[in-house]
Write a protein that binds this ligand. Structure first.
Ligand code: F6P
Length: 532
């Protein structure tokens, strides 16, 4: 692959970064009264204000030139027509087809299949919620547990929490970890006769998920359910019908999807069954329609007015030209508390790679570390470092304006104040002017000039949430295109899985394996914890 660093567009940005390295945000705002208006973009109910980033309209134009030189418009079109953009696995990454209404330009067979599954999910949701579906003692289902991990957990878990308040019976829970404690703690709260498990796994080979599903099945049996009863308490979401049947789940109770749906892009597929059960079919459809609106915006808006594109380009600027190693995400909406974990998988599993799609090494830095948590709690934890730490770490603030009254205003004020404080800082002169003792002046000064994005939603409803999630999905793809990465595979997770199986055998069978001295010593300790 072309060494991107040597391309004219990249070199122009590198030179511009060097020339503007002393740019100060406060000065930039003072020099350009239109800055706040010029450096913002709106799409599908979302506003992105990136005027507090260390860039100028010239930077933006150079970034847009980089995007064009990487054939971004063609790459966007390729995704929508189902080209095999997941090159290493030779398949499409077609999650946009999952949220398209009927007859919106996708091939008939795709529409038909997608809507058949959505209809089946709606039917099942109605049956379960109306009490038609009953457990082995004839009682209705009050609790549903989604058993899955990674993309089969993080998306639906985050959405169910984000839209809490819309939910009604059944209560929907999530179990992901292979730590038996999580399933144990969950089961101890449930009534077996009134619980249903959704085993969600694209591959249906994921060790954690199968272990948890087996534990749930054993628990049902131990509580008096016979073999023929199990079907009333298990459904599956998967692409692997054979493995579902082998596990003992009736494939009549399986909701399928397709290999062109990547795990971390799958909440829009049957993986969203838990969303449908928790929130109802209508809210799931609203979520899909919000995502579809963002898809249409992404597909058709000019690059400069394209929200996911600008979100991605700002990220490229920070990562590659200002050398910022991480991105903090701080949603000012308590119900988005699982958003950072979802985003971590999305961006870091997609673009945490050093090999380009054609197998050559990527010459530049790729995915930053994504981390964060909800404001205002974060302000009382790690924001100290964001304001005064030795690294400059950009922040994506996500602000929902919903609600009214003083509590809502307090939340909004906190969010805006943090972004303002990061940027404006507080000079030594300002500190002195407050009459602060000279001994504390340096401690109480803030350098400022710390960048952030502000993403604003009118309210956190299903539609806006769909648009927000789709925006970050597309951002991730755009960055992958620029870095020359295939954002849709995840070979980096394989080695650890293989080694875990080997170590598991050794722990259980007792035979010795071949490991480095540290790992071997730790295996020995794990075999005899009492020696510690
Ligand atoms: O190990 C990583 C991964 O493959 C993710 O990409 C995926 O979301 C997760 O495991 C779960 O996979 P599955 O849905 O096949 O159980």
């Amino acid at each position: 692959m072309t060494d991107i660093e040597q391309t004219p567009a990249w070199r122009a940005l590198a030179a511009h970064a060097q020339a503007s390295s002393h740019a100060d945000l406060n000065t930039l705002f003072a020099q350009d009264p239109a800055r706040a208006n010029n450096l913002r973009v709106q799409g599908s109910g979302l506003l992105l204000d990136y005027s507090k980033q260390r860039l100028t309209p010239e930077t933006r134009d150079l970034l847009l030139e980089l995007a064009r030189s990487c054939d971004l418009p063609q790459a966007i079109a390729a995704m929508f027509v189902g080209e095999h953009i997941n090159k290493t696995e030779d398949r499409a990454a077609w999650h946009v087809a999952l949220r398209a209404p009927r007859d919106t330009g996708f091939p008939d067979e795709v529409h038909t299949e997608v809507h058949k599954v959505l209809d089946a999910m709606a039917g099942f949701t109605d049956n379960l919620r109306s009490g038609l579906w009953r457990g082995y003692t004839g009682e209705t289902i009050t609790d549903v547990v989604n058993i899955g991990i990674g993309g089969s957990d993080l998306g639906p878990r985050m959405v169910c929490r984000a839209l809490a308040g819309l939910e009604s019976e059944p209560a929907v829970h999530f179990v992901a970890s292979v730590d038996p404690q999580e399933m144990h703690d969950m089961l101890s709260r449930l009534d077996p006769a009134r619980s249903l498990f959704i085993v969600t796994s694209k591959s249906f080979t994921t060790a954690e998920t199968l272990a948890n599903a087996s534990a749930a099945r054993d628990w049902l049996r131990a509580n008096g359910a016979g073999e023929e009863d199990i079907a009333k308490h298990f459904v599956a979401v998967s692409t692997n019908a054979q493995a579902v049947a082998d596990f003992g789940i009736d494939t009549a109770n399986m909701f399928g999807f397709w290999d062109w749906v990547g795990g971390r892009f799958s909440l829009w597929s049957a993986v969203g069954l838990s969303i449908s059960l928790a929130l109802g079919t209508e809210n799931l459809r609203e979520l899909l329609s919000g995502a579809h609106a963002m898809d249409e915006h992404f597909r058709s808006a000019p690059l400069q007015q394209n929200l996911p594109v600008m979100l991605a380009l700002v990220g490229i600027w920070n990562r590659n030209f200002l050398n910022m190693p991480s991105l903090v995400v701080a949603p000012y909406a308590q119900r988005l508390e699982h958003f950072p974990a979802w985003l971590q998988q999305l961006e870091m599993e997609s673009n945490g790679k050093s090999t380009a799609a054609d197998g050559s090494p990527v010459a530049v830095a790729t995915a930053p570390a994504i981390w964060g948590s909800v404001g205002t709690n974060a302000q009382h934890a790690y924001f100290q470092m964001l304001h005064q730490g030795s690294d400059v770490l950009p922040v994506d603030f996500i602000l929902s304006l919903a609600g009214d009254g003083p509590r809502r205003d307090q939340l909004v004020a906190n969010c805006l104040a943090q972004a303002e404080a990061l940027m404006t800082g507080k000079s030594a002169a300002q500190v002195r002017a407050q009459g602060i003792s000279e001994r504390l002046v340096t401690h109480r000064s803030f350098a400022g000039n710390r960048p952030s994005n502000m993403l604003v939603l009118e309210k956190l409803d299903a539609r806006n949430l769909g648009a927000l999630l789709a925006a970050y999905e597309h951002k991730t793809y755009v960055q992958g295109v620029i870095w020359g990465i295939n954002s849709f595979d995840q070979w980096g997770v394989e080695l650890g899985k293989v080694l875990a199986e080997r170590i598991l055998d050794e722990l259980q069978e007792g035979q010795a394996g071949q490991h480095d001295a540290s790992t071997q010593a730790l295996i020995d300790i794990a075999k005899r914890p009492a020696d510690l």
